[in-house]
Design a protein around this ligand. Structure first.
Ligand SMILES: [Zn+2]
Length: 321
C-alpha cells in the first residue's frame, strides 16, 4: 500500500463528490458538484478532472504527497482496460475513463463500479471490517450491492456479478426500473422509489394520516417524505416502511442463503429510516433464511452518502500499490 494521500471520487448520476483523504482515510477536503446535463462524456470528465485539480492545488497537502486517484462509477467496468462499458444515468458507454483522467492529471487512476467501492469502504474501515464474508445493499432510488466472499470482492466472469437489486423476489411482481425490463426485482419492491409508491398507496387508503394530508397539499410522496412522516410518528408511513423493510428482508434472506455472510450492511438514503426499516427486515430475514446463515448481523452501513468516495480512496490505495 503506497504511503501518502489519495483522492476518492464518487461519480454519481446526479452528483460528483471528490475527496482528499490521508493515510488513515480521514477526509481532509471535499469538492462537490452537480453532474452536467450534457450527453458529451468530455464535459463530465472535464468537470471531474477540475474537481481533482482543486484538491491537488488547494494547498491542503503538498501535491507530491498525493499518490493516486480512485473513481467509482455506476457502471459495468472493464477493470483490465479501465473502461466504463455501460453506465446508468451518465453518458459513459465504452469510455476509457481511467486513461482519459490519467492523461489529464498525470497521476495514476484506478476505476471500479460504485457499489464495489462502497463495499470496499465498509470492508476496510466500516461495518464489515475484519470479515471474510459480507454483503452490502445500498438502498436508494435503486438497490446497489457489493459482496465479499472468502476474503475477496465477488466480481464474476465479466465484472457484472452481485446485482442483488435485480434478484427476483416476486415472480409476477411490478416492472423494474431504469434499463431493467424484468418484473418483481428486489429493487422494484424495496427501493426508495418503491417506498414512495407504497406511501402514496397508503395515503389514498388513510384519509386521516399525515401522508394523506401531505398528498392533499400536492407534495409528491417520495421515500424521503415517507421516512420523515414515519419518524414524526405517522402510522401509515410507518406501515409503508414495515412493508418495504419486510420485502427487503426477503432479499436479505436470499443473500444469506447464498453467501452465508457474517454481516449484511444496509446503506443508501432509505437506511436513514434506521430501525423503522431494519427491524422488519431482520425479522423477515431470520424467518426465511436457513440456519445458521440466518444468524448473520443485519445493520446499517457506516459510510452514508460518502461510501463511494471513501471506497474510491481505498481502491486507489489498494489497486495502485
Ligand atoms: Zn430489475
Amino acid at each position: 500500500m503506497p504511503e501518502g494521500c489519495v483522492i476518492g471520487v464518487d461519480l454519481g448520476g446526479t452528483k460528483l463528490l471528490a475527496g482528499l483523504l490521508d493515510e488513515d482515510l480521514r477526509v481532509l477536503h471535499r469538492v462537490y458538484r452537480l453532474a452536467p446535463r450534457s450527453e458529451d462524456p468530455e464535459d463530465l470528465l472535464g468537470l471531474v478532472a477540475g474537481q481533482i485539480r482543486e484538491l491537488l492545488d488547494g494547498g491542503f497537502v503538498p501535491r507530491e504527497r498525493v499518490v493516486g486517484v480512485g473513481v467509482g462509477i455506476p457502471s459495468l467496468v472493464d477493470r483490465a482496460r479501465g473502461v466504463a462499458v455501460s453506465t446508468v444515468h451518465q453518458p459513459l458507454d465504452d469510455v476509457p475513463v481511467r486513461d482519459e483522467l490519467q492523461d489529464r492529471l498525470q497521476l495514476p487512476v484506478a476505476l471500479d463500479n460504485d457499489a464495489n467501492c462502497a463495499m470496499l469502504a465498509e470492508w476496510r474501515a466500516g461495518g464489515a471490517q475484519g470479515c471474510d464474508d459480507a454483503v452490502l445493499l445500498t438502498v436508494g432510488t435503486g438497490i446497489g450491492s457489493g459482496v465479499v466472499a472468502n476474503g475477496a470482492l465477488v466480481r464474476g466472469a465479466t465484472g457484472a456479478a452481485t446485482e442483488l437489486g435485480h434478484m427476483v423476489v416476486d415472480f409476477d411482481g411490478p416492472l423494474c426500473q431504469g434499463a431493467c425490463t424484468n418484473r418483481g426485482c428486489l429493487e422494484a419492491l424495496a427501493s426508495g422509489s418503491a417506498l414512495g409508491r407504497e406511501g402514496a398507496r397508503l395515503a389514498g387508503q388513510r384519509p386521516g394520516s399525515a401522508l394523506a394530508r401531505l398528498a392533499g397539499e400536492g407534495r409528491p410522496i417520495t421515500g424521503v417524505l415517507v421516512t420523515e412522516a414515519a419518524q414524526a410518528g405517522d402510522r401509515a408511513a410507518q406501515e409503508a416502511l414495515e412493508r418495504v423493510g419486510t420485502l427487503l428482508g426477503v432479499g436479505i434472506a436470499n443473500a444469506m442463503n447464498i453467501f452465508n455472510p457474517e454481516v449484511v450492511l444496509v446503506g443508501g438514503g432509505v437506511s436513514d429510516a434506521g430501525d423503522l426499516l431494519l427491524t422488519p427486515a431482520r425479522t423477515e430475514a431470520r424467518r426465511r433464511a436457513r440456519p445458521p446463515s440466518n444468524g448473520a448481523r443485519v445493520q446499517r452501513a457506516r459510510f452514508g452518502a460518502e461510501a463511494g468516495m471513501v471506497g474510491g480512496a481505498v481502491l486507489a490505495r489498494e489497486d495502485l500499490a
